[in-house]
Structures are given as C-alpha cells and as structure tokens.
Write a protein that binds this ligand. Sequence first.
Ligand SMILES: Nc1nc2c(ncn2[C@@H]2O[C@H](COP(=O)(O)OP(=O)(O)OP(=O)(O)O)[C@@H](O)[C@H]2O)c(=O)[nH]1
Ligand SMILES: [Mg+2]
Length: 415
Amino acid sequence: MVARSEEDCRAKVRKRYGDGVVKILSSEPVSDGLLRTRRTEYRGYITPHPDLTKYAAPVLMGRELETEKKLLAAAARETSPAVQEAREVRQPRLSEDLMNQLLEEIAGLKAAVNTATGAAASPESTEHETILRIRDALRANGFSAAYTGKTVERLRREFSLAALDDIAAVEQKVRAWIGGDILFYDEERERTSKPRIFVLVGPTGVGKTTTLAKIAFACTRPEKANGDTQDRSRAVSRYKQKAALFSIDRYRIGAGEEIEKYGELLGIPYQNLFDREELQKEVRFHREDADIILVDTFGTNPYEAVKLAKMKELLDGCGEDAEYHLALSATARDDYIADTLRAFEFFNYRSVVLTKLDETRNIGGALSCLIEKGKKISFVTTGQEVPYDIERGNAGHFLAKLSGLAPQGLHSGGV
Ligand SMILES: Nc1nc2c(ncn2[C@@H]2O[C@H](COP(=O)(O)OP(=O)(O)OP(=O)(O)O)[C@@H](O)[C@H]2O)c(=O)[nH]1
Ligand SMILES: [Mg+2]
C-alpha cells in the first residue's frame, strides 16, 4: 500500500479491507511523479478480526496484491459452483439400478468371505458369545475355514440361544462332533486276504520304517507291544502272527541295514528287493507261510509324480490283493497333507497312519483334511521308541490334543 504515513496506510487498508489489526512489516520510499510528494510503500499484514490473529493470512500490498488477486480470481473461477456443476454433469452418474446391483454384489462377496473364513454370516455383534468362542477355539486348533464354518452353522441350527449360554455343554458337544467326524479304519473288519500284504507308502522321513518295525513287533510279540499295561482295544495286533519284512528302499543310505536289524531282532524273514520280479517271487514264496507281509518303501514327496509312478510299478509285484496304507506326519502343514492325500490316491490306500502325533499340539489342520477327504485313520504313532509308540487310532488321541475346547476342569495333554 502506498501512503504518506503509517497512519495514512492503516486508514487506507481498513477502508479497502475492512476492520482489523494492521501490522506493517516494512516500508520503502517511492517516487510520486512530478509533484515529488513524499510517498512510502508499506508492506504488512491485516487480520480481519482481532480474535482470529492466529489464522491471519498475509495481506499483500502494492503490485503483489494485484498478482495475488488475479490468482485468487482464477482459482475461484476454477471452483465456482457453476464450474463444479459442469464438472459433475461431465462425470458419468451411476444409475440407481446399477448402484443397487453393485451393493448386492458387495453383500454377496462379504457373505462368501465370511463363509470361507468361518466368520458369522450375521454381524459379529449379533452372534452369540459362545459361538464366537467356539469359532475362535476351532481356528486356534488349526481347523480349516470350511470345517469351522460348518460347525458354526451346526451350532446355530441345533442350539437355542438359552442353550448356548451353557458354554461347557456346548464345548462338550463340539468335542463329540469332532470325535464323531473322524473316521477310523477297522483292522478286523476290513482285512480281506490271508496273508495280509501291508505296504506302507508316504513322503520322506515321516516314520514309515519305524512304524513298520513297530507293527512287525506288535504282530509277532503282541504281548510285549504297547508296554506292560496293554489296552487290548488300542493294541496293534491282538494275536500272534507270522510276519515277513521287505523293503524296496534303494534311496536311503542305511535302509538295508535298518531292515536287517529289525528282521534279525524279531527273528523273521527279511529282504531288500529292488526289482518287481524279485518282489513278486518273494511275496509268492512267503504267502504260504506268513500271516502278514510288511513292505517298507522309499519316501516320495507328493510332487514327484514320476518317482511315484515308478514305485507303483515296482510294488505291483506284491500282487493285486496288496493293501496300501499312507503314512503322514501330523506335524505337516495342511496344504501339504491335502497334496499328499491327493498324490497317493492312485495307490488306492485303505488308511492313513498318522505319525509323530507327539510332536504337535495343533491337530485341527490334519484332522480337517482327513475328515473332508473321508480318509480313515488306522494307527497313530506317538514317539520314536520301537515297539511301544504306536496304537490303533481312536478319538481320544485327538480330543486330548484340543485346546480351548476342553471339558471344564480338564486341559489338553499328550496322548
Ligand atoms: N517324535 C517322533 N518321531 C518319530 C516317530 N516315528 C518316527 N520318528 C522318527 O522320525 C525319523 C524318521 O523315521 P523313519 O522311520 O526313518 O522315516 P521314513 O519315513 O522311513 O524315512 P525315509 O525312509 O527316509 O523316507 C526317525 O528319527 C524316527 O525315529 C513318531 O511317532 N514320533
Ligand atoms: Mg524308511
């Protein structure tokens, strides 16, 4: 602002911008043409209201003010209601139908995600607390989203709101459902031929050789297997049998020695055989005499299709009545378990031997896979010690592992 004095400047500023506090920051003499009157250009700020000083914007004076005014005018034009309206008209507007359709699709996706994750289809806040607790416990135990979702649905269907208040009863029921969902292989009923030709296949290192040694021991010396306090219902073999032990493992260093060691210890025939014809010959020979012929195999992961096919070709030497069983470690990730169940399908295996149960407390993943695929469990192994750490599978093994679903006063422990 050009003025004769500070007072003159303040008066002019107020006249132009209205009342406020004028703060002059600098001043500079300027020439005023022919009359040579003393004039000064002042620079400073005006705050429009004394109470709003903290929001004060600089008030520019002189040429800067003009520039600023032009910029502001341009900005105002840009955002003027007319411009805004024009912009909106240019934007494609969603029709009401399309909007409703989108909302429906979003609701559908939300429901699908809820089902897949086992979450409540109704809003979380309206779900009974017991259901939420059971759902969280199932997830914490590693059960799949599908199994968890199914159980939650069943709870909603079968329990009234009042009945859900009794959390202990609900937990008890869910444990019973889980126990009832697990399928077990009935050794007695499902054995078909004599002798039994029991072939154990499965991924590397799951415990196939150790398990076969335990079974061989239990068959030949049932009175000694499973410790002194042998529970008949859990025993691997209820009576003494004549056994023979073969291995086709040509990959693992020391595999031959392992079979020799167990064969000699048990005083039963044993052999390492790497050829289909040889295997066929030996199996035929022992058919006459043995009650059970146990065949150990080399470990094959589910992604080695060629190795699996070659193994099957070799094992065909065992004859058509050979019964295959799949060894799986309970510690494996559920996606690996699912892949293994699928990859070994062409062996038409009769049961799953779940090994290393002692090494995990999180059993839901393995159980969900087995339940969903309808696979039966024959034996569970619970440690490295031959011959003791093996039993016929039963629900108690798994229910004892569940945490957060224990009956009141009881807490999950080992098998
Ligand atoms: N903790 C535990 N360890 C086990 C169990 N069963 C076997 N093992 C151990 O797992 C390891 C591998 O066992 P093996 O019997 O050699 O496994 P495998 O499937 O024959 O292995 P490959 O022939 O190499 O495929 C050994 O150290 C066993 O002692 C079990 O139930 N619990
Ligand atoms: Mg082995």
